[in-house]
Design a protein around this ligand. Sequence first.
Ligand code: SF4
Length: 435
Amino acid sequence: MNYTTQMDAARKGILTREMEATAKKEGMKPEELMVLVAEGKAVIPANKHHSCLDPNAIGSMLKTKINVNLGTSRDLNDMDLELKKVEDAVLMGAESIMDLSSFGDTRKFRKRLTSQCPAMIGTVPIYDAVVYYHKPLKEITSEEWIQIVEMHALDGVDFMTIHVGINRQTAHRFKEAKRLTNIVSRGGSIIFAWMEMTGNENPFYEHFDRILEICREHDVTLSLGDACRPGCIEDASDISQIEELVTLGELTRRAWEKDVQVIIEGPGHMPLDQIAANMKIQQTICKGAPFYVLGPLVTDIAPGYDHITAAIGGAIAAAAGASFLCYVTPAEHLRLPDADDVKEGIISARIAAHAADLAKGIKGAKEWDHQMSDARKRLDWEAMFNLAIDPEKARRYRASSKPEKEDTCSMCGNFCAMKNMNRILDGEIVNIYDE
Ligand code: SF4
């Protein structure tokens, strides 16, 4: 192989198997995608050791991708159950799985994922270090933090969230500025606590060049984590968030100098009116690197319905330039999601992604809606089910309320506008009343 990363290949004008495959999915020429990868405006997370990967490209001019967070926890440590959720998530259309396991034999689970799962796999090595070393947080050394990154790279992880933007300067600014909900990023809170207890610089920031060497060797895409993402509406777009974003912009440039692919993580909780502006600021500061948003949740008051608050924000964010949406389930802020929560989260994120793709004019998006509308007009229920984003639910709902007239539904019955318009335009008499 005469290249290191996908970005290196693109810059050398080498069309990789991954570029060919992902360009085909996007309905574009591989050469067009190659230019975007070379510029950092699109990434193809594809670790050299993830041999069963069915790759996808991420970029704001491409179809919006979605990620599903799964993994074992101390309260629910069932590896087979989590793997079943992973399989289901892929079948439901998730292009990416983030393994956030925080209990048990996390390496075994991770290796099973990268040997069986065709979706791109992301991890957060910070969580894993706490589990792996079996010792108090304060005693983990800088070297050990970096070694975990290397282990994940060797295990075939396609992208890693590294909370590198919260260095001592950002942490100082954060403490001075004060926030309603402090740091809500799990990884961010861990590394902040470590920095406070040891007095040391963030090891990922201090040794960023070593991280880049590891990513370059195995072709791991860096997902620059947003430790200071706002965790409530009141903290949105505050100085801590923006200061960290400026640092992430600098680190993006350094990563690109080493041909390492980069995505940037973003908010968080954010009111509707700030979302589009945030996307533009990110694109400017990070020179068009793909933006991966965790929501944004557009209000704080809907526990149990945060798949909806996130889908509203996610649609606006993706329409304004975000490329990658992290799903949010109804269980957010309440518990580990079960299988039903996972399904609702995935469908909600896919709706948000597709709504944005329609607005952005992404190839193929409009055609799907056209086919559905055509099936509706023809009252072709089987076609409608097959085209539905959740065919099972569409079938179940119709079956649960049988209409008197088979071709209509129980919503309007004889008053079915679709049916009556078809008939009158075909020259039939439409009585409605006595039919
Ligand atoms: S009955 Fe009403 S809701 Fe149902 S298909 Fe006809 S127009 Fe649509």
